[in-house]
Design a protein around this ligand. Structure first.
Ligand code: FE2
Length: 259
C-alpha cells in the first residue's frame, strides 16, 4: 500500500498553506487560516477515504488528494476555456471550491471522520483501513464542509457554493436535481461544477491506479523474492552447503527490505 513519508506529509501541508496564502486575501484569508490552524494536527494526517481500493486511504491522503484535485481543476479549466467554453467564474472561485470540496472528511470540531480500523481481519481481507468515527452526527461530507466553513465565518460566493456542492457529480443522489433539469431555466448557470467533477473524478481514478499498480508491483517483488529463495535453497541443497552466511542471506532476502 502506498505510504507517504513524514517529509512528504509535511511538504504537502506547506504546499496547501502556501496555496491558501497565495490565492486568498483579506478577511477571508484570515478566517481560512484560523480554520486551518485549528485543524492542522488532524488534517495533515487525515486519509481521503477509508477503503484501500477507493483512493488515498493512507496517512496524509486527504491533503494530497485536495492538492491533486486543485491542480487538475486548473488544468481542466484551461482546456474548457481553450475549447470555447463559457467561464463565468474566477480562478480564485475554482480553487476555493476545489480545496474545500472534501473538507467534511476531516470530521467535526472534535472528532475525526475516519478512524483507524483496529480489526486486522477487516484491514487484510476487506481493505477497510479506516472506519467512520462513531461519535459524529451523520452528515454528508459536503454538508459538513459547508457547516465547517460557516462555523469559521469563511464567506463564499454562490458559484463557489455550487462548485463544491456538486463536485461529486451524480455519485451523490442529492445532486440529481441540480444536474438533471427538465426545464431550461433550472439548468446549471455555470460550468464550474462540471470542471470540478471532472477534476475530482480524474484525481480519484489516478489515485486508485497508483494503489493498484503499487499492489501489483509489490506482488511482483514478492514473487521475485520467492523465486530467488527457491533457487538459493535448491542450490544450497545441491551443494550441501550449510554455512550460517547462506542462512543469513536467505533471511535478508525474505525479511531484509520491508519498506
Ligand atoms: Fe474528492
Amino acid at each position: 500500500m502506498k505510504q507517504l513519508t513524514p517529509e512528504q506529509i509535511q511538504d504537502n501541508w506547506i504546499k496547501l498553506r502556501e496555496l491558501l496564502n497565495n490565492t486568498f486575501s483579506g478577511e477571508r484569508l484570515e478566517k481560512l487560516n484560523q480554520m486551518y490552524d485549528y485543524f492542522e494536527d488532524r488534517m495533515c494526517i487525515a486519509p481521503a477515504s477509508g477503503k484501500e481500493h477507493y483512493h488515498n486511504a493512507f496517512v496524509g491522503g486527504y491533503v494530497e488528494h485536495v492538492l491533486h484535485v486543485t491542480d487538475l481543476a486548473v488544468k481542466i479549466n484551461k482546456l474548457w476555456k481553450e475549447n470555447g467554453a463559457s467561464i463565468n467564474y474566477t480562478d480564485e472561485e475554482l480553487v476555493f471550491a476545489a480545496i474545500h470540496h472534501d473538507l467534511g472528511k476531516v470530521g467535526d470540531l472534535e472528532n475525526d471522520y475516519y478512524v483507524p480500523n483496529e480489526s486486522d481481519w477487516h484491514r487484510k481481507n476487506q481493505g477497510l483501513i479506516y472506519k467512520h468515527g462513531e461519535d459524529l452526527q451523520f452528515m454528508t461530507v459536503t454538508d459538513r464542509a459547508i457547516f465547517l466553513l460557516n462555523h469559521f465565518g469563511v464567506k463564499y460566493s454562490e458559484k463557489e457554493y455550487i462548485g463544491l456542492r456538486l463536485t461529486d457529480g451524480l455519485y451523490e443522489e442529492a445532486n440529481k436535481s441540480y444536474y438533471i433539469g427538465y426545464q431550461p431555466s433550472r439548468s446549471l448557470k455555470s460550468n464550474i461544477a462540471y470542471v470540478l467533477h471532472q477534476a475530482d473524478s480524474m484525481a480519484t481514478h489516478i489515485e486508485y491506479d497508483e494503489w493498484k499498480h503499487g499492489e501489483q508491483k509489490s506482488r511482483r517483488e514478492v514473487n521475485k523474492k520467492v523465486i530467488n529463495i527457491k533457487k538459493a535453497v535448491a542450490t544450497e541443497v545441491e551443494t550441501k552447503l550449510t554455512s550460517n552466511d547462506n542462512a543469513k542471506d536467505l533471511f535478508d532476502e525474505l525479511f531484509g527490505d520491508t519498506k
